[in-house]
Design a protein around this ligand. Structure first.
Ligand code: SF4
Length: 73
């Protein structure tokens, strides 16, 4: 199963991931960082399993992240 890993601690809150995949991301009102919805969290690293149809766009989102903290595996 493909997955998205988000190293949330280094997020600069630029909004791009949310603009590209509004169904998967939210910008936190508390700390201004992006949150990967429905993800499992371990030590501020978020992991979400995705289906094959979501891979292409998720990779584009990962590439667009200016601090490269989104990985699609
Ligand atoms: S694109 Fe990257 S830096 Fe920008 S809000 Fe999303 S995770 Fe954070």
């Amino acid at each position: 199963m493909p997955r998205i890993i988000h190293y949330r601690g280094k997020c600069i809150g630029c909004n791009i991931c949310y603009e590209m995949q509004a169904d998967m991301w939210r910008m936190s009102k508390k700390d201004g960082k992006a949150t990967l919805l429905k993800a499992k969290v371990k030590k501020d690293i978020y992991m979400l399993e995705i289906n094959n149809e979501q891979v292409e766009l998720s990779k584009r989102t990962a590439n667009a992240c200016p601090v490269k903290i989104i990985k699609v595996l």
